[in-house]
Design a protein around this ligand. Structure first.
Ligand SMILES: Nc1ncnc2c1ncn2[C@@H]1O[C@H](COP(=O)(O)OP(=O)(O)OP(=O)(O)O)[C@@H](O)[C@H]1O
Ligand SMILES: [Mg+2]
Length: 228
């Protein structure tokens, strides 16, 4: 496996300290890493090791206390709030453990929503929504509401929604956490094929050692540091 291609994301010596009752909690203690383009990168480590904190920092949802984040060579902290929001909408897709779909919306409407926010015209929205539902194998479920779908189907809608604005990077926090093993494997296979078919980089977290083999690169964290 060649991992020497240029990184899409680079973290340099990232520290993130939270203060709880004026006491510091060191969530990240000097994390440096590179996420190579067009790869599937897995963050693993025990609960509380800092996995979610890293994803939030990469996605611009949280700021480090110290250190640099580079996205395609550009420093994220230099973006204004407006630039950061625009950048996030266009370049990053988020997938959540609990799917985070709108319950009363159909699969189609959930997937279409990010394109309404980015003001994509209707014809294009319709085309891309159906295309993305196709990619995750759910075109037939387009009119189903969230509660009319299984957990695995809901997560596939979540993935279709994450890719619909054609982001360069997908960040997925425990995307298989709520799913049974077999469905988890299906979701990992879907991520794998999305990376193999090109144009996208995925960084996800998992607790389950069985899913590690799907990654091109596995980064192991412990107590806010990379240990492997
Ligand atoms: N908003 C917050 N305020 C204070 N401490 C926080 C906050 N968010 C996270 N932490 C602390 O930072 C550390 C890292 O948390 P993080 O959520 O990144 O862990 P994780 O590896 O994602 O864990 P899990 O596998 O349980 O999701 C933990 O000790 C946690 O308690
Ligand atoms: Mg977490």
């Amino acid at each position: 496996m060649h991992l020497d291609c240029k990184p899409i994301v680079e973290l340099r010596n990232i520290e993130r300290t939270y203060y709880v009752d004026a006491k510091p909690v060191h969530a990240l203690r000097g994390v440096s890493l590179q996420i190579p383009e067009n790869k599937l990168v897995i963050l693993k480590g025990p609960s509380g090791s800092g996995k979610t904190t890293i994803l939030n920092i990469i996605g611009g949802l949280d700021q480090p206390s110290q250190g640099q984040i580079l996205f395609k060579g550009k420093e994220l902290v230099k973006f204004s709030d407006k630039e950061l929001t625009l950048w996030r909408r266009k370049q990053v897709g988020f997938v959540f453990q609990t799917f985070a779909l709108i319950q009363t919306f159909s699969a189609f409407e959930n997937v279409e929503l990010p394109m309404r926010i980015t003001r994509v015209p209707w014809r294009e929205r319709e085309r891309r929504t159906l295309e993305c539902l196709d990619i995750v194998g759910l075109r037939k479920r387009a009119s189903h509401r969230t509660f009319e779908m299984s957990g695995g189907e809901q997560q596939r809608v979540g993935i279709a929604r994450a890719i619909v604005n054609q982001p360069a990077l997908i960040l997925a926090d425990e995307p298989t956490g709520e799913l049974d093993f077999k469905t988890g494997i299906q979701i990992m296979n879907l991520f794998r094929s999305m990376v193999d078919e090109g144009g996208i980089t995925i960084c996800l977290t998992t607790h389950d050692p069985a899913f590690i083999e799907f990654g091109d690169l596995v980064i192991e964290l412990e107590d806010g540091k990379i240990i492997h």
